[in-house]
Structures are given as C-alpha cells and as structure tokens.
Design a protein around this ligand. Structure first.
Ligand SMILES: [Zn+2]
Length: 151
C-alpha cells in the first residue's frame, strides 16, 4: 500500500495569471524574468490571481535576478495581498538554486509563495514549480515543494 508521507500545500493559479507568467517568461528570454504575485491564503495553501512583472536589474540577468527597487517598493506599498515571488530559469530546471536560497531572507519575512518557471519542451508552454517559504526556529528560511494547480 502506498502511504502519503506529507500533505503538500497547494498553490492555485488563476488561468490569466498562469498565462501572464508564461508570456513574461518568453518575452524576457534569454534573460531571467521576475515579478511578484498577489492573492490570498486559503485552507491548505494559497490562491494567486495576479502576476505583476518586474524589471530584472541584475548585472548578469542571464543567470540571476534582482527586482528593480522602484517596482518592488511600489508593489509593497500597494496593499496586503502581496503573497509571492516568481522568477524564471531560462536555461535550467525550475528548482531553487544556491543563489535563490541565499536570497530567501530578502523576501522570506513578507512572502509565502515562491514560483520558478522554465521553458517547457512544447513551444509556449512553461514548466512551473511552486514552493512555500518556511521560517525555521533558527530564524532562517527554507523552501518546501507545493502542488501547483490551475483553473
Ligand atoms: Zn533561481
């Protein structure tokens, strides 16, 4: 018998939000794309209905991302439904890199959802992984895989 060892949290993405994320990812190729996610917590996870693309001002945007400070500040001031971060891995799988984990403390205090996208094998389709940002007892942050669902 198969046993379920953990109940994964669910990240629900609205159809329009999923489309906008994919469009932004392809528009920014070959560079990393980034932006923030608005939505709300639900029982068992969170629901994301808005994607806000942001400028990537990393000196090496092929391999990293830094949110434009103006874009970031504007969204932080806009309301309480800021729940997550998205960025892309144009040349690798959508799994957190060491650099991503190093950057977590920058966002961990305010955001709970963390999405990474990569171009899929089929044109126009992306591979999207979702994580929740967890705060440890030592004050550090980590990522736990979630199920990403679309409607
Ligand atoms: Zn990354």
């Amino acid at each position: 018998m198969t046993e379920l060892h953990e109940t994964r949290q669910e990240i629900w993405l609205s159809a329009s939000c999923g489309r906008q994320i994919a469009e932004h990812l392809f528009l920014r190729l070959p560079y990393e794309a980034c932006g923030v996610l608005r939505g709300k917590a639900t029982a068992g996870g969170m629901r994301i209905d808005t994607f806000v693309p942001m400028r990537n001002v990393a000196p090496d945007p092929l391999h990293r991302f830094i949110l434009h400070p103006e874009d970031w500040t504007r969204e932080c001031l806009r309301g309480k439904d800021l729940v997550g971060l998205f960025h892309s891995h144009p040349h690798s799988l959508p799994v957190p890199s060491e650099e991503d984990l190093r950057q977590l403390p920058l966002f961990g205090g305010m955001l709970t959802a963390y999405l990474i996208g990569s171009p899929g094998k089929t044109e126009g389709i992306i591979q999207l992984n979702g994580y929740s940002i967890l705060k440890g007892t030592d004050g550090g942050f980590s990522l736990q895989a979630c199920n990403v669902r679309h409607d």
